[in-house]
Design a binder for this molecule. Structure first.
Ligand code: WQD
Length: 341
């Protein structure tokens, strides 16, 4: 049974990916510093799969601890690297924390991978690297534009660090997965998105408003050049996204990669406006949502949705779940975590 390291494995996308790895028969070891997750996610994963992943609480900024971890786990066959800070607004306020936490940690992990006979490395990247793309849908060849935030910049820099390292280390194979907008939760409602404090992202703000944690959702602008005036995004169910990580990892484990550094967009290929997401929520929950139209939010792009043909054709992966499936699972998760609160 191949052993796979998942850094940030107790986070939103990380925990869903651990479940899919275990479902596919992999042995999983998780590293997480618990700065943006909680240890009870480990129990929740175990409840879903019946298998308790190995876990080490470790801050990847501590280089010597990273090195000793890899010495103790020299049988790791693949690494999926989620561990990073990911709040766009926070990164603007505290850029150095983002550069230290997202870049230094990546360098320390790559330095350890260079020592291995072979290494298969999946990097958690983001459609943020494209900024406001000139053409829609967005392909992997779209130009990477100047990042709108330090967070987005750390994803661009991270991809360049990996690409440069792969160029001179042919035994290191890597895939960067550029997520569009991950939403939803596992259908068991045991794991899902758990933002700390006031949610920055749309879907958790919707479900927290519906359950009464927030008074009202503000729709950030309805005067954009889109059909209903609100911004358009490609909302992908987190379970579809998690499954894509297993497929990408297997591409490397089975040496099916065409080069030792590749990028793939992970989205549904369909754009949905903010109002359409609200309508989806109202449809699946049977509840009216309390919202108002507010001013635009700085940094928002008008529209972003993926051209998914590369992932469809080369990974053999295609998103299966719909916006309604995602909103239904997000609502079930919100109700589940609040019922015992
Ligand atoms: C979606 C739309 C908002 C909240 C960010 C990161 C991206 C990734 C996903 C990490 C926008 C509108 C939102 C609200 C609203 N994160 N909105 N009211 O900004 O597309 O992407 O999260 O990898 O890297 O950039 O996602 O959910 O914040 O916003 O109207 O209270 O919802 O204006 O149009 P975004 P989002």
């Amino acid at each position: 049974m191949d052993k796979i390291l998942v850094t940030g494995g107790l986070g939103f996308i990380g925990s869903h990916t651990v479940v899919e790895l275990q479902n596919s028969g992999y042995e999983v070891v998780i590293i997480d510093d618990l700065s943006n997750s909680s240890i009870d996610i480990l129990d929740r994963i175990t409840t879903i799969t019946g298998i308790r992943p190995q876990f080490e609480q470790l801050d990847l900024k501590e280089k010597t601890k990273v090195s000793s971890f890899f010495k103790n786990h020299n049988d790791i066959k693949g690494i999926i690297h989620f561990a990073a800070s990911k709040a766009v607004g926070e990164s603007v306020e505290n850029p150095l924390m983002y550069y230290e936490n997202n870049i230094n940690t990546l360098v320390y992990v790559l330095q350890e991978l260079k020592k291995l006979d072979h290494a298969n490395f999946i990097f958690s990247s983001s459609c943020t690297v494209y900024g406001q793309a000139d053409e829609l849908p967005i392909t992997e060849n779209a130009p990477v534009k100047k990042a709108e935030s330090p967070y987005g910049n750390t994803k661009q820099i991270g991809e360049e660090i990996i690409s440069d390292t792969c160029k001179v280390n042919p035994k290191l194979k890597s895939i960067a997965l550029r997520y569009f907008n991950p939403i939803g939760a596992h259908d068991s409602a045991n794991i899902g998105e758990l933002p700390i404090g006031v949610p920055q992202n749309l879907v958790p703000f919707i479900t927290q408003t519906a359950i009464g944690l927030r008074d009202q959702l503000s729709v950030f602008g309805n005067d954009y050049p889109t059909p209903d005036g609100t911004c358009i995004r490609d909302y992908i169910h987190v379970v579809d996204l998690a499954k894509a990580h297993v497929v990408a990892l297997e591409r490397l484990l089975q040496n099916k990669n065409e080069s030792n550094y590749e990028t793939f967009n992970l989205g549904t290929g369909k754009g949905s406006s903010v109002l359409e997401v609200i309508q989806s929520f109202e449809r699946v929950s049977g509840q009216k949502l309390n919202y108002k139209i507010a001013d635009r939010r700085a940094g928002d792009v008008i529209a972003a949705y993926a051209d998914t043909s590369k992932a469809n054709n080369e990974l053999g992966w295609k998103a299966q779940l719909t916006l309604d499936d995602a909103m239904k699972s997000a609502w079930k998760w919100e109700q589940n975590i609040r019922k015992n609160a």
